[in-house]
Design a protein around this ligand. Structure first.
Ligand SMILES: NC(=O)c1ccc[n+]([C@@H]2O[C@H](COP(=O)([O-])OP(=O)(O)OC[C@H]3O[C@@H](n4cnc5c(N)ncnc54)[C@H](OP(=O)(O)O)[C@@H]3O)[C@@H](O)[C@H]2O)c1
Length: 341
């Protein structure tokens, strides 16, 4: 089957995805009968392009590396904006990989609605829309008889939603806990080594592992968004960040971490969700845990999620160092799942 693809956002994840598609092209065709063409790409400040005959990803990657604009690749009437591009591009699948807005989910939420209304399958790694509109988007996708997939929103390409969907049939998720934000792990680790939070943050920024707005990591918004995505999808909740009991790591210090060590514990930013009657509750908090606990034994670049289920009791999923490569794989696996269905 041949698919026309539109990419909304062509940053770290988008570029890695374009390269991964190219690398797996032969295999996609041979094993899954998938061929594809990228017919549209949108960015925030590097222009927009539609070409119904296909955009050459390799040429675009080379062009953008020299700070060029996508406008040079556009064919046809000028495009007035991203929604206009979505409506006119004729894609079968929209990949929404623009920046996360943890507070409203916009503009990505609007992009996804526009695509579902046009009966395109949607694949996203953007948490915002899954936090702020999952139940509505799911109904919209069902009405349009298309798929909405989002493996990349939590723990990059590590299978969580796809694992649950394909291997845990008829299972209720009673709750979950985890460490889902690697950046706060890094910061806590640096503070454990005696560095004040500001110095730790500067180091993390130099490594490129901090969100454009550091508060998204430090104040626990990113972990909260991940909690909401998991609760909304796996527990049928409708949680928003403001419903979550959230405390970031901004008040931690080397001294507090040192005192915890003296008690035989360490502190990690722990995400928890549980059912209370018919409601789903969530918290994100720096939590003291014994040094013997699995969460305490993981290295700083590792994330972990433990699901509490009514069939398997507890199952843990661990990811080593992650990033845009793994998130690109989430998009690829979702693409293959769309084709399989
Ligand atoms: N990086 C990861 O490892 C990772 C892991 C899991 C999930 N995610 C999620 O995946 C998404 C993309 O991440 P990323 O690392 O690729 O981000 P990124 O490098 O900042 O790239 C974002 C892309 O979106 C474009 N963009 C900005 N504003 C836009 C708008 N209003 N409409 C359309 N496009 C817009 C940017 O264009 P300009 O550059 O021209 O502004 C850029 O091409 C985010 O939602 C992120 O939370 C990322």
């Amino acid at each position: 089957m041949h698919y026309k693809l539109a990419l909304i956002g062509f940053g770290n994840v988008g570029k890695n995805f374009a390269k991964l598609l190219e690398r797996k092209k032969t295999r996609l065709k041979k094993e899954f009968g998938i061929t594809y063409q990228i017919v549209a790409i949108a960015t925030g400040s590097h222009g927009l392009a539609i070409n119904p005959r296909g955009l050459d990803a390799r040429k675009i990657l080379a062009h953008l590396s020299k700070k060029g604009s996508l406008a040079a690749f556009h064919r046809g009437k000028p495009v007035s904006g991203v929604v206009d591009l979505i409506k006119r591009c004729g894609a079968d699948i929209l990949f929404e990989i623009s920046p996360q807005n943890p507070w409203t989910g916009q503009p990505a939420l609007g992009y996804i609605e526009a695509a579902l209304q046009k009966k395109m399958h949607v694949i996203t790694a953007n948490k915002g829309p899954i936090v702020h509109g999952y139940q509505k988007l799911r109904r919209l996708a069902a009405r349009s008889r298309v798929q909405l997939r989002h493996e990349g929103v939590v723990m990059d390409g590590t299978p969580i939603f796809n694992l649950y969907e394909s291997t845990l049939p008829a299972t209720d998720v009673r709750g979950f806990e985890g460490i889902l934000n690697a950046t706060t792990n890094f910061l806590i680790n640096a503070m454990e080594n005696g560095k004040p939070i500001d110095t730790a943050l500067e180091e993390a920024k130099a490594l490129g592992i901090v969100e454009a707005n550091p508060a998204v990591d430090v104040e626990g918004w990113d972990a909260t968004s991940k909690l909401c995505c998991l609760a909304n999808v796996l527990m049928g909740a409708n949680l928003r960040p403001q419903d979550v009991d959230r405390e970031g790591i901004q008040n931690l210090s080397p001294e507090k971490l040192h005192e915890a060590r003296h008690r035989g514990n360490c502190i990690r930013l722990v995400v928890r969700a549980w059912r209370e009657g018919r409601k789903v509750r969530g918290s994100v908090k720096p939590t003291e845990i014994p040094l013997t606990h699995t969460f305490a034994t993981l290295s700083a670049d590792t994330t972990i999620l433990t699901l509490d289920t009514d069939t398997m009791e507890k199952i843990s999923i661990v990811e080593g160092p992650g990033g845009p490569h793994q998130t690109a794989f989430a998009l690829l696996s979702d693409f293959i799942n769309v084709a399989r269905a």
